[in-house]
Design a protein around this ligand. Sequence first.
Ligand code: SF4
Ligand code: SF4
Length: 430
Amino acid sequence: MLDFGVKREIFLDFSVGSKIAFYGLAAISICLFIFGIIQRIKKYRSGKDTKGISNIAVRFKDFLSLSLTNKTIIRDDLYSGISHLLIFWGFIILFAGTAIIFLNFDLLSLLNRAWNFWHGSFYLWFSLLLDLFGFAFFVGLLLMALRRAFLRPPCLDYRRVDTSPGTYSRRSYILGDWLFLGILLLIGVSGFFLEGLRIAMTRPPYSSWSFVGDSLAKLIIKMTGGKAPGVTFYKLIWWLHSLMSLAFIAYIPYSKAIHILTDPANFLLKEEVAGGVPPFAEDEVDLDKLGYMELKDFTWRELLSLDACTKCGRCHISCPAVISGSSLSPRDVILDLRDFINAKAKAFLLWDCQATSHEGEKLVGEVIKEETLWSCTTCLSCTEHCPVFVQHLPLLIKMRRHLIEGGFIDEGIQDALINISECGNSFGEP
Ligand code: SF4
Ligand code: SF4
């Protein structure tokens, strides 16, 4: 089938002024996105350099298989894993669809009208695919929203284990989660509603290829008593959908949505630490300054991995220290570190962090308490359950090294360590 009549208008009855306004807002949104990404990269560059990245081919294979299958997310929790897979593939295909429309209308068709390929059978299959994956996207988001609102699994319980309720607030985390879900849901719903309105107004004979929009169009026609919806209402929804989509692009680097980029980046660049215990780096052998105590002690790859955390809580519920009621939660260690680093790097974020300046606070001993660090049994359960490969244990050990270097340890353990270094045994026997 090659029918040049089978197509649709992108700007249905829009004035030149409206089109200019749309492209102007799109440019602002992209600039804000790029600015936010530059801020993130600056933050990572303030970390230490690490050894070169080895096994590029294996890393790339892992990156592709982990990203495309979401298998580490499905592994421990089928419900959230499948929901995430639906959102992931829905997002990818909708994004690809938008990129194809941009390529066709804003590049190829401007260069040569004959290069317009968005019509006929290509357009019909394109419509079918986008409706299918758009619907998957919507279902995935709905399942995630139901999980947060009603199922409330223990892993999403943000209560701290190291302090009593009322002395802290997790409001910004909860707001950040709902804002992220809410914007995506609004984009999905308004997109389908817009499609339904367009089909109800233009009634193309091939509308069944857009099966979701077609069903909505029938509903709209029924509700309006057979009348076509007005073009003004259509334009209103068009602007709502477009503004939400542009706002989302601008919002990505400043929010939880950054995990769309940092998670795949962490799959590709994560540090491989044998057995979870980090060896001393060459520049760490200075005995006057062992371990981690401030922002510049972290490597850029560690800073990136902190931004990969989605607060899924799997490390939290699988940690024996949490289960035994100690003051350690690997999730909270990662979130506290991230908040501390964002405060020091003066990162601008929308709700997905605790708004505290950490002015004058020490990282080890104050932000991350000593008893928290000593509660870790080094079992590695947290790292094994983390779907995005955040490496908790090396960070905990490096902060412990700072405690040891500063002598902030139990006297008995201190004596044993001195005996080992001087006599080769913990009893101090010659
Ligand atoms: S390694 Fe430490 S933080 Fe991680 S699960 Fe085990 S005890 Fe918890
Ligand atoms: S560190 Fe990993 S497992 Fe823990 S909350 Fe973050 S993403 Fe989830």
